[in-house]
Write a protein that binds this ligand. Sequence first.
Ligand SMILES: [Zn+2]
Length: 96
Amino acid sequence: MVAMKLLDTVTGVTVEVPESVDCADQEDQGEYMWTDGNYSCDCNRALFHARARGVPEPSNPPCGDERFVLSEAPWMDVGLVISRLRKGDTPTGVKE
Ligand SMILES: [Zn+2]
């Protein structure tokens, strides 16, 4: 599977999200959780980022949707996007 990568836009550091937290076992491979669910928020992403780096977790990191950017995810995989197009689904991020 495609690894999930999380970029901290403040420090420029990208980490790979451990599979244990990426929700890839879900049918949508975690897409909803990471785009609209709890994991879409900077406060949760800050914790994942700290854990992935092996540094102490920040206490009460601020909420937001700007600092931590998901740069790679299974549902961004080219093969998956193509297979969705073939099925007639609208790919993620493309608005009609
Ligand atoms: Zn939050």
